[in-house]
Design a protein around this ligand. Sequence first.
Ligand code: IPM
Ligand code: MG
Length: 370
Amino acid sequence: MPDYRIAWLPGDGIGVEVSDAARLVLDAAGFKAEYLHGDIGWEFWCKEGDALPQRTLDLLGETDCAFFGAITSKPGPEAARELAPELQGKGLSYRSPIVRMRQLLDLYICLRPCRAFRGNPLNYRENIDLVVFRENTEGMYIGVEFPAVPEKFQEVPAMKRIPADAAISIRSVTREASRRIVEAAFEYAVKHGRRKVTAVHKANVLRATCGVFLEAAGEVAARYPQIRFETANIDAMGMWLLKNPLNYDVIVTTNLFGDILSDLCAQLVGGLGFGYSGNIGSRYAVFEPTHGSAPKYAGQNKVNPLAAILAAKMMVEWLGDVETARRIDQAVADTIERGAAKTYDMGGNAGTMDMARSVAEAFQFAHQTR
Ligand code: IPM
Ligand code: MG
């Protein structure tokens, strides 16, 4: 009997091939699980009007966690045009399935480690080792938006100077969501021997929402006197991360700032081919490479699967098989350091599956040299 039940959601575009690559490595590592395929992606939006069908949500309810590849999403008007004729004009609107999973399952932590593997030709600097904790359920992602100012809003004094035809997106930040994401960042720091947590905000302008976040962060930080605590403005942080990436350690921030900063941090350690995420709640989690579906590369066996392989490693660790996770991590590190395979982004011509096979061979290598 396999130890774990995993919802397997490759999605579309390159999501499919990087998921295959991750599976190859999981199997080679001897990780035993039952993988249950779930439908998700653009195809299901077009055919069924829902990119994340209810049967897939049910599957999440029956599994220990999920692995997600990537899916294509397109802007509103295009999404509406691609719907099956019988679904058109019914007022269906597209919402990103990954954002929906995060919110529906209360996966409040988006954990994005960014580490410069030794020997990676794409490292911006050596020894970078950052971990981004992105709040994953609220902020600018609540999906409360209006194409023009609703009439009721026009009665609010502060809205009087806003033209009636202005589009509005609402940002909500709660004390509780702020508290728990900052607490997760500090707990991680303690568990992994990290020295500093930096809370990133824009409280000089977004006084209400970032004010709540900062206040909660300060309260949590006071409970962890052994960990250094700093705050930084989001704009300055973009600059400082480029100037002095080694000064940072654990970074915690609200949803959209975390989205932006985590791409920046991924680029410091090789780009999106190396960026991976855990969307983690108190009972369930969804692991994914941070990159999108890159339709122009789909089916070419070309893209770098390391982000997906590292996401799988994080999944194995979260499930509790710490030793297998450590072996996968070591195999990835060895493969990069020896230059055993390099995909096109790394200046080589190894394909997606060549890279996965090299990582799998590194288990062997580690065995022999031990
Ligand atoms: C990410 C992605 C998503 C996000 C998109 C696909 C909705 O950019 O996971 O960082 O904005 O959260
Ligand atoms: Mg993003």
